[in-house]
Design a protein around this ligand. Sequence first.
Ligand SMILES: [Zn+2]
Length: 223
Amino acid sequence: MNLFERFAMILTRSRKRRKMISYVIVGIVIFFGIIFGAVISILTAPAEIRSSLFHRDEIKRIGVLQENSAYCNGIPIIDSSPIKIISTYPWPLNGTVTCQYGGRILYGEDEFHGGIDISTGKNDPIISIADGTVERMQIDKKSYGLYLLIKHDDGFYTLSAHLAHSYVREGERVMQGQTIALEGGEPGADPYPGRSTGRHLHFEVRHTANQNSRINPLILLTK
Ligand SMILES: [Zn+2]
């Protein structure tokens, strides 16, 4: 009796074993069927989905941006989550940059300027530079006046300050290009100007909601 005959004898004699072997065969067929199905669905998936499976989107780590980042009162950046820069963003207000990000002298004192000032000198509309959700709409009489803090879907925050009017409220979704507020900041003429000497938008970009995570907004805005 050769090996195959012996094997056949075992199979035919034991019903229990026959059953077990048939289960194993069915199991193997299902297993390879699933793998085959997965391979076919990946190969036939749209190119976009296929590339997202194998290549991560281009994400610039905060380290790239850090050389331009704010160290407010000696406190370094507190968050290292990546900002996804998908493109450059539109300007929140089309005006003149009257004050750049960085060190400056204000009221005779050295002060770090954590944003840029853009001015048209009027109550012009201000837009959201990207899609997001309004995190804060508050009045800070000592500094920002009426301001909006928006959490954007791309992983950063923007703050717009010295507003004459806000069209959006906390928790509200905003889309890129949507008018969210009106330029203000003129003492005596605009409500809640905060610490401002004339009509302008003070605009900040932050990694987190925290003031210590500010970066130069020009990094994100269209040149
Ligand atoms: Zn400012």
